[in-house]
Structure formats: structure tokens, C-alpha cells
Design a protein around this ligand. Structure first.
Ligand code: IVH
Length: 666
């Protein structure tokens, strides 16, 4: 490709990727498969870096890659105030009256918007480009989390119209949709990481991560709700701001209403009390704002909140019940999670029997004790939480909760690492850990061993047939067939699945080993960077942290895993069983083009260039973007440019699509 073609290709890739993003996020109508997206993105990143053509608004920025040790503190140009809350209509009428007292009979109106339950962000755009993203912090100063914010696909890197020159601030809420949150949390638990209590915590936790590549994989969304510009027009108002935000390309929630009176606002609030449960994201109220900015100036603010706005908060659905017990669950990596065993109670459509208490600190903070009457709430609409103890002052309460010092399953001493909230059982042979590790290894996102569910794993371990996942491949048909609720047929299927799993690619095998913090993305990066398990085992801290997405925490975890003799022995055993411990180059369907380097140019008669590239790789060849003496063939179509000329000058054979296909098919 000459430089013009590189520019063209980059611009085509960016448009295509942006379009796919919009279709996915704005229209909820995906049109591109994940693998196509990944491959176009990889091509873009490669072209941009080879030719040093990165721009701050390229979709490649979304992939992340930076690791921030500690976020810089930044001051907000205008403070991010909070809102005063109200829970009833009386207080809302008081609010309206206060405003009328100050404004007299001025003709003002209200904007009623949903109150999203997420994390507030401030975005700064300069000449149309996103230059800074910051957390609210204490309202005056926040953290500069620009690199993380740029991975949020909802947030434009460049405004699509520049309605205002210079610099402008946008405020809004980052959040996760309930379903995406649930799926993410499930995966997290499967990965042996502590689950988040609700979408809000997950969003805030994600945006404060040091590794932006990990942030990029989190399902974070954004709604803008405020726009701040220098020299605003005299008649600036909230309704107009939201319309403008939308026009500039920011996601703005459709559910907003311009109301002429507080009665109309109250009606909106009543309507949303029920309807909000059908939204895909959590909302906890309605924000009522005086629409016209000129009145806002007159109304002013208190130290913390403006006098021109108020948040009407809905009561969460709650119920009282008795806490019968606090049990401890041991996760795959030994993380201990305390669980509230509740007297069953009906709450918002389901019977609640158990609720996660998250960790020891949480229990002590709320002083939750066995036998207490507790208030349970469905905050995230799905996950029940213990909010508080109903009458903590009563007599004869049981003793404060005390974390036991030994693992409830294996008796080893529990440990807590500095800076972490969770206690862990470090005994690698602790039975539930062994079972969870095997279940994880077999799961769909890992080795995809169908028919190896919890019940079978349990039996295999209890019967002493396997001790670790590495023993799975020693299993004999009759051993499996003899298990309860297993027959010859299911046993055969399981043996077949085990056999099939040997074809799983290296990155999935690496993921399946269950190294702490090595989720799917990190596993893929490690596999691509080091290309073999031996290289990863040998890599030291420096070599590991040299990988874009890998920070110190992950690096240490990888080193710790492989410095354990038993883990290395398991890897050796799996190697002997025939699992993939090396990066396979693109699925090679023949090696007819092995050692041959191709350069593509011009428009081919029937194939797209990507298809031709895929074919070359599939048959063992390589694709390069520039012609040199080392090029074996230039595959040229119509309107081929300077590359064709260069090929001729260097004497490199130039072939047509037909000749190319003959090379493969002969
Ligand atoms: S307006 C001074 N609008 O609620 C104006 N805030 O308690 C304050 N929030 O931290 C912001 N949805 O993150 C506004 N439609 C909305 C909102 C909203 C959620 C959050 C915001 C803020 C908190 C204030």
C-alpha cells in the first residue's frame, strides 16, 4: 500500500468500526460479528502504529492499553454539585413554593429527567475532541481517568458537530445495564474474583481500574445530562441543552419531559414509579430542574446543592426478616464470601432466602449479627441486599460477628492480604476450591467440556478418580460410566468432549488454568505476546509488565502461579495429554503458500482484499503492506497504484486473482 492507500484504508476501517459501534450501542442492532470487529480493529491498530497515524479520535483508542499507576487529581472548572433529596410530594411542593417565593410570578418551567444510578463523570471537549474525563471526586476535585473514559464506546471521542467552538464541559452518568452487569458478575465469580454488589459499584470499580484494557472489556454505558459552555446564550435552558447534547453525538436518555408546573412533574414521577422497573438500567428517582438558566442564576445554591434542582427518590422495595445464620462460601481461588441465610421472605416478585454479605468489613460496618431482624432490599432489582439491622439496640442480641480464623471446609488458617477486604483459604487442596477449579476449567468460556457439570465433578472428586483438572484426561470410559446417573452413552459423550477440548486454542487453555486475574482478555494478550507456555513460565516481572494490558498485580499473580511446583506439574501433564500450549498461527488449511509473502493492491474482480488476506494466511502465507525484494507475489486488481510499479521495478511477480486462486487450488 502506498501512503494514500494506507490513509484510505485507515479511514475506511475507522468509519466501519465507528458505524459498527453505533449500531451496537446506539441502535442495539449489531451488524458485525465479534471476530470481524476484532480483525478489522487489529488491522487498524497495526496500520496506525506502522505508519504513526494514530489520532485521538480513532476507534483504536477504545481498546485501551495504558496502565495508570495512580490517577492525577484535577480541578473541575465549575464544581459538580450534588442534589438535595426528597421522598414525598409534600417536600416537592415546598420546593416549588420556595422557587415561586424567590422568582415571584416569573414564567419558569421544569425539566423532569430520570435519575440514573451510576457514577457521575465530567467530560471536557476542546475543539470537538475529548481531552479529559474525570470523576466527580469531592465535587471540586476529581480523578483524571481520561484513558479509561476513552474506552467507553458510548462516549464520542470527537463530537460529530461542533455547535460551540473552544472548550466545553459535559456531565453525565456512567452506568451498566442490569443484564450486562449480571453476565459480567457471573463471569467474575467464575473467575474467582469477588462479585460486585450492584451495577453502580461495578461501574465505579471499573472506571477506577489501572488497566484501561480491562476497562474496555466492561459493559459501561453513559447518559449525558448537562452541558456547560462559555458565554451561553441568554435564553439557555435544560431542554435545549439536552437536545444539543444529542445533536453533538452524546447519548441522552429519551425519557425526559418538559413540564409547565410542579403538578405535571408529580404526574411524571408517579408514572415512572412503575415503568422504571422495565428499563434495562437502574434508576432511583427523578431529577427536577428549573428549565431556564437565567432563573437558576437568581436561585443560586447552598454549599452543596443548587436551589434550582431537587432529586425525588423512589423508595426501594424492602422487607423485614430474620437472619438465621451467616455461612461462609469458599470460591475457586479460596476467597471467602459470607452469606446471609434468611428466613424466607417475599420481596418484589420472588422469595429471598439468601443474600451475599460481601465481606467481613461490610458485616461489621452494619453490625449485622445472627438472630437479628434485618431489612432486606432489592437494590439492583435483582440482587437482594441486607440493608441494616432493624432494632440494633434491643437486649440479648447475639455477639458481634467474628470471622472464623479457619476455613470452614478444610480447616486451614485463613489469611488476608494487605489492602484487600476478603479473607482467603490458601490451601490449594481445599475440596470446594478443587471442585470449583475443575468446573471452571470445563466451563463454556474455558475448555468447553460438555457434560462435566457440578454433580459429575463432585462425584469424580469424591470417588477419588481425579484430584485436579489435569487428571481429567486420564479418565477411562468405564470409570465414568459407573458414576451415578451416568450411562454408557453419556460417558462416551464426555470422553468425546474431552477429546474435542484438546483442539481449544492456546489462549483458552491458558485461561482455563485459572490463574488469578487472568481473564479472557489478559489470557489472549499473554498468548499473543509470548506465543508459548514455556515463554510465559520463563517471563519475569519486567517481561510480563511489558505487555500492554498487564500491570503489576497481574504479573505477580502469573509469576506466583508458575513458581508453584504442582501447577507446573499440571501443565506438563496437560501437555502430554495433547492440549495446545503454543499459539497456533491462523488456522492453516494447507501449507501451499508457506514461506511466501504477498502484497495486495487494487480492486480484485470477485474478492474483497480481507478475504484474499484470510486465504493467504489460511494456506500458510504472509501478507505485507509494502513491496520489497522479499515480496514473493503482488496480487493486483484494477486501479493498482504505485505498488504495482514498484513490483515491476524490483522484478516481483505480479499475479491476478485467478492466478492466485490457481496457486491454492492446484
Ligand atoms: S443533574 C447540580 N441529572 O445524581 C446538578 N444528576 O445526587 C446535579 N444523577 O452526582 C446533576 N441522574 O451523578 C443530574 N438526570 C440527572 C441525573 C443526575 C443521575 C446523579 C449525578 C449526581 C447525583 C446527585
Amino acid at each position: 500500500m502506498d501512503l494514500f492507500q494506507v490513509h484510505d484504508r485507515i479511514s475506511w476501517l475507522r468509519n466501519r468500526l465507528n458505524e459498527a459501534n453505533n449500531q451496537y450501542y446506539q441502535d442495539a442492532q449489531p451488524t458485525m460479528s465479534d471476530s470481524e470487529y476484532d480483525s478489522l480493529m487489529a488491522e487498524l491498530i497495526q496500520l496506525e502504529s506502522t505508519h504513526q497515524l494514530q489520532t485521538p479520535d480513532s476507534p483504536s483508542v477504545r481498546v485501551g492499553g495504558t496502565v495508570t499507576k495512580s490517577f492525577e487529581t484535577v480541578t473541575h472548572k465549575t464544581p459538580l454539585l450534588s442534589l438535595s433529596n426528597t421522598y414525598n410530594e409534600g417536600e416537592l411542593l415546598d420546593f416549588d413554593r420556595r422557587i415561586k417565593d424567590i422568582l415571584g410570578h416569573a414564567d419558569f418551567s421544569y425539566s423532569a429527567e430520570l435519575k440514573f444510578d451510576g457514577m457521575a463523570l465530567r467530560l471536557t471537549y476542546k475543539n470537538g475532541f475529548l481531552v479529559e474525563g474525570a470523576t466527580r471526586g469531592n465535587g471540586v476535585e476529581g480523578d483524571n481517568i481520561t484513558t479509561n473514559v476513552k474506552t467507553v464506546k458510548d462516549i464520542p471521542l470527537k463530537l460529530n458537530v461542533e455547535l460551540f467552538g473552544g472548550e466545553l464541559d459535559i456531565r453525565g452518568e456512567a452506568f451498566m445495564e442490569r443484564e450486562a452487569f449480571a453476565a459480567f458478575n457471573e463471569q467474575r465469580e467464575a473467575d474467582g474474583e469477588q462479585a460486585f454488589a450492584n451495577p453502580r459499584n461495578a461501574t465505579a470499580g471499573s472506571l477506577k481500574l489501572q488497566e484501561s484494557k480491562v476497562v474496555a472489556s466492561r459493559p459501561i454505558r453513559f447518559f449525558a445530562y448537562d452541558l456547560i459552555i462559555d458565554n451561553p446564550p441568554k435564553d439557555f435552558n435544560q431542554v435545549q441543552k439536552l437536545n444539543w447534547l444529542k445533536e453533538m453525538g452524546l447519548p441522552v436518555c429519551e425519557h425526559r419531559k418538559h413540564c409547565s408546573s410542579i403538578q405535571e412533574v408529580i404526574q411524571v414521577i408517579q408514572e415512572w414509579d412503575e415503568l422504571r422497573h422495565h428499563l434495562p438500567y437502574d434508576t432511583d428517582g427523578v431529577v427536577v430542574k428549573v428549565n431556564e438558566d437565567r432563573f437558576r442564576d437568581t436561585l443560586g445554591r447552598t454549599a452543596k446543592a443548587p436551589r434550582w434542582a431537587i432529586a425525588y427518590k423512589y423508595q426501594a422495595e424492602q422487607a423485614e426478616t430474620i437472619l438465621n445464620d451467616i455461612t461462609l462460601q469458599v470460591g475457586r481461588l479460596g476467597t471467602i464470601t459470607p452469606v446471609a441465610e434468611l428466613e424466607p421472605v417475599f420481596l418484589a416478585g420472588t422469595t429471598v432466602k439468601r443474600a451475599s454479605l460481601h465481606n467481613e468489613d461490610e458485616i461489621l460496618r452494619k453490625d449485622i449479627r445472627i438472630g437479628d431482624k434485618v431489612l432486606v432490599e432489592k437494590a439492583g432489582e435483582i440482587i437482594p441486599q441486607v440493608v441494616s439491622v432493624v432494632n440494633p439496640e434491643r437486649e440479648n442480641r447475639s455477639q458481634p460477628f467474628k470471622m472464623r480464623s479457619d476455613c470452614p471446609e478444610c480447616g486451614s488458617t485463613l489469611v488476608k492480604t494487605e489492602g484487600e477486604v476478603a479473607w482467603r483459604c490458601e490451601n490449594l487442596t481445599c475440596p470446594p476450591q478443587i471442585r470449583h477449579k475443575i468446573e471452571y476449567f470445563a466451563s463454556r468460556t474455558a475448555m468447553q467440556i460438555e457434560g462435566l457439570g457440578e454433580a459429575i465433578v463432585d462425584q469424580l472428586v469424591t470417588e477419588g478418580l481425579i484430584q485436579t483438572y489435569a487428571d481429567l484426561y486420564d479418565l477411562k470410559l468405564e470409570q465414568i460410566a459407573n458414576l451415578e446417573r451416568m450411562g454408557e452413552k453419556s460417558a462416551q459423550n464426555l470422553i468425546q468432549s474431552l477429546e474435542d477440548s484438546k483442539k481449544r486454542p492456546f489462549d483458552k487453555v491458558l485461561y482455563s488454568l485459572g490463574i488469578r486475574f487472568v481473564g479472557a482478555t489478559v489470557a489472549r494478550d499473554l498468548a499473543e505476546h509470548f506465543r508459548s507456555i514455556d515463554a510465559i513460565i520463563q517471563a519475569d516481572f519486567e517481561a510480563l509488565t511489558a505487555v500492554d494490558s498487564i500491570g503489576p498485580r497481574i504479573a505477580e499473580s502469573v509469576i506466583e502461579f508458575f513458581s508453584n511446583d504442582e501447577n507446573r506439574a499440571m501443565v506438563e501433564k496437560l501437555k502430554l495429554a495433547g492440549l495446545q500450549f503454543q499459539l497456533q498461527e491462523k488456522q492453516v488449511s494447507s501449507n501451499k503458500l508457506e514461506g511466501k509473502t504477498f502484497v495486495l493492491t487494487g480492486t480484485l474482480p470477485t474478492m474483497k482484499r480481507e478475504q484474499a488476506s484470510e486465504l493467504i494466511l489460511e494456506h500458510g502465507g504472509k501478507v505485507s503492506s509494502s513491496v520489497s525484494k522479499k515480496t514473493d507475489y503482488v496480487l493486483a486488481g484494477e486501479e493498482a497504484g504505485s505498488k504495482l510499479e514498484k513490483a515491476r521495478n524490483l522484478g516481483v511477480p505480479v499475479i491476478t486473482e485467478e492466478e492466485f486462486l490457481n496457486l491454492i487450488n492446484e
